[in-house]
Design a protein around this ligand. Structure first.
Ligand code: SAH
Length: 214
């Protein structure tokens, strides 16, 4: 087997062994190459199940965490999804394979620009990447079927909960940025909200306003 095929098999094996079992999610993660989302010296570690540094002092999430969060969203092909925290664009690219339309927001314009270039190269035409403070969501496109937040909030952001459809699901890491955080699944029902806790995680914090370093 070629090195490439072996690496791909190990990557998928690591995902499965950490609980990513949904076939559609695994297939999306097999299709989207993580390599182009990581630049510089860390690029050779793109196929390891590790978070890695990207520009603007941020991180691309660990693939198994990307898989578990995506799986918890139960996305259907007609869904309109909002992601807060574009970062490298990797998570948005995977969402784009499962949903009808993906909106992704980051407070760093540089990250948004770089992610857009990769989406163009990969011909992922159903993603709109926007610079802004995602804690306020995207009122002109709301409500959303699914919302994923990939930065840690102290509480599930109220505005985002409002922008979720009834029947919708939101996944968000909740906790202080320097402490253990919990991945929370929020379901909006006609009666209100239901909460489930998935596992412990570590994400960079959800910050207010726009990034000053681009
Ligand atoms: N999903 C990304 C990883 C995100 S890292 C990936 O697949 O690579 C978290 C990102 O959240 C960072 O890029 C950070 O700039 C962004 N972020 C933090 N607070 C934000 C806010 N209020 N609005 C939008 N983006 C925010």
């Amino acid at each position: 087997m070629s090195d490439d095929a072996t690496r791909k098999m190990q990557f998928l094996y690591a995902l499965r062994s950490k609980g990513v079992t949904d076939k559609r999610v695994l297939s999306a993660m097999e299709t989207i190459d993580r390599g182009p989302f990581i630049r510089g010296i860390f690029s050779e570690r793109a196929y390891e199940d590790m978070p890695l540094p990207i520009a603007c002092g941020q991180t691309i999430s660990q693939p198994s965490v990307v898989g578990l969060m995506t799986q918890a969203l139960h996305i259907s092909p007609r869904d309109k999804v909002l992601e807060v925290g574009t970062g490298s664009g990797y998570q948005a690219a995977i969402l784009s394979k499962l949903a009808r339309r993906v909106y992704t927001i980051d407070r760093h314009s540089r990250l948004v620009r770089e992610a857009r270039d990769i989406f163009d190269d990969m011909d992922l035409t159903n993603i709109t990447a926007i610079t802004g403070d995602g804690s306020f969501g995207l009122s002109d496109q709301a409500p959303f079927d699914r919302i994923i937040v990939t930065a840690a909030a102290e509480d599930p952001p109220g505005t985002l909960m409002e922008q979720l459809k009834v029947g919708g699901i939101m996944v968000v890491p909740v906790g202080q940025s320097d402490a253990v955080q919990h991945l929370i699944v929020v379901r909006k029902t006609p009666e209100g909200f239901e909460y489930d806790e998935l596992r412990q995680v570590r994400f960079v914090p959800l910050l207010e306003g726009l990034g000053k370093d681009g």
